[in-house]
Design a binder for this molecule. Structure first.
Ligand code: NAI
Length: 414
């Protein structure tokens, strides 16, 4: 099947990016070596719907090297990198993805990928699973199962499962320790600031940063803002997370209050309408608004568009300026889509190494348990987390102690 990409001539730069991440993804290298020769996914059709940048490309190549017929689509219109998509297609993987595609094109890409009748799928955000449950139900009998990469996708799966509508086994890779502890916290923490800083080229030290949501991602974003010298305010809806943020040294207040103080805003809640028309008029002139949550619904861009008294304009690449009735200019990054991917290269390769090793093992687990799993939402077994963590620690050059038999007996005594 022919790929649908922007331009195959962009491949050389994409190959360079993929070569760089390979150097920093030791777990995927180990999995390649361990299972590549055995072709454990021999002949299986797989659809991978994940933000299409270099780390995702390397995951797809790893699955292909292990025998799978892999088709890749992006999982968000702005996160696809056209040079990486070209390199991936050039390496023999079918790709349906273009940067800044329309919603219609995005849906077409998912649908074309599903035309290959996958046995296994990897989803990021739930759009692929949603399509399978709505317009492509005829493909469900072919499916062994799938896995989900992010919190928002897992929320959607939980909702389906609670209604008894989940039609095939899914693994919530996001909910594995080795995923959210590192990817959501350190990955989103670092890469969101990378995206904000490279896009604005503004100083963070001494500024006030408002982080909406103090979950795994929000903790990372707030921690890194503090490290950059910012004064950090957290907004929450969960009183426990609110206390946690206070004890971590942050000010906590409602958005209606925080809106007045922020120089930078980062929403990362997985919820909608976190910043709306109620808040924009309160904001300082020059405030920078960004979102790191999965969907572009956290900052209400329609409200911004309705309120602006001048036509929005691109003041700098990936920054759109809106002018409020009081003359204040508000700067929105990456159209309110996830800032680390729309305005950057996503998480560091070393972090995605853990997440994608979990994805690989999820695929292997589904295959090994074909026919045994119910139409249910599963987490990866604990021992796989421990195995991955041990390999990663070793690859990073760190050692830890092991229990002596006496210590083991002491800890496990009744
Ligand atoms: P989480 O469930 O651990 O945390 C979300 C937090 O937001 C919770 O503490 C919740 O109480 C709070 N919250 C919900 N609605 C709120 C509101 N209206 N105002 C203030 N706080 C609110 O979720 P996690 O893992 O931190 O993920 C958050 C979002 O980020 C999800 O959409 C997820 O898919 C996405 N994500 C993005 C990544 C990226 O690369 N940018 C990476 C991983 C996850």
């Amino acid at each position: 099947m022919d790929s649908m990409i922007k331009d195959i001539a962009l491949a050389p730069s994409g190959h360079q990016k993929i070569a760089w991440v390979k150097e920093h993804m030791p777990l995927l290298n180990i999995l390649n070596e361990r299972y590549g020769g055995k072709k454990i996914f021999d002949g299986l059709n797989m659809v991978v719907t994940i933000h299409l940048e270099a780390k995702t490309a390397y995951l797809a190549q790893t699955l292909k090297n292990c025998g799978a017929n892999v088709v890749v689509t992006g999982s968000n219109p702005l996160s696809t990198q056209d040079d990486v998509a070209a390199a991936l297609a050039d390496s023999g993987v079918t790709v349906f993805a273009t940067h800044a595609c329309t919603q219609e094109e995005y849906d077409l890409y998912l649908s074309k990928a599903l035309d290959t009748k996958p046995a296994l799928i990897i989803d990021d955000g739930g759009d692929l699973v949603n399509m399978l449950h709505s317009t492509r139900r005829e493909l469900i009998p072919n499916l062994i199962g799938g896995s989900e990469e992010t919190t928002t996708g897992v929320h959607r799966l939980k909702a389906l499962n609670e209604q008894g509508k989940l039609a095939f086994p899914m693994i919530a890779v996001n909910d594995a320790y080795c995923k959210y502890l590192f990817d959501n916290r350190y990955g989103t923490g670092q890469s969101s600031w990378d995206g904000i800083m490279r896009t604005t080229n503004l100083v963070v030290a001494g500024k006030t940063v408002v982080v909406a949501g103090y979950g795994w991602c929000g903790k990372g974003v707030a921690m890194r803002a503090k490290g950059l010298g910012a004064n950090v305010i957290v907004t929450e809806i969960d009183p426990i997370k609110g206390i946690e943020a206070v004890f971590d040294g942050f000010r906590v207040m409602p958005m209606a209050e925080a809106a007045k103080y922020g120089d930078f805003f980062v929403t990362v809640t997985g919820c909608k309408d976190v910043i709306t028309k109620e808040h924009f008029p309160l904001m300082k002139d020059g405030a920078v608004l960004s979102n790191a949550g999965h969907f572009d619904v956290e900052i209400n861009v329609k409200d911004l568009e309705a309120m602006t008294v001048e036509a929005p304009y691109e003041v700098r690449k990936n920054i759109t300026t809106y002018t409020m009735p009081n003359g204040h200019k508000l700067n929105l990054l990456g159209e309110g889509r996830l800032v680390n991917l729309a305005c950057g290269d996503g998480h560091p390769a070393e972090v995605m190494d853990l997440s994608f090793a979990m994805q690989f093992l999820a695929m292997k687990y589904l295959l090994e348990h074909k026919g045994e799993l119910k139409n249910n939402l599963y987490v990866l077994p604990e021992e796989l987390n421990t195995e991955i963590a041990a390999l990663k620690l070793e690859a990073m050059g760190y050692g830890i102690d092991t229990l002596t038999p006496e210590q083991y007996a002491y800890l496990h005594a009744e």
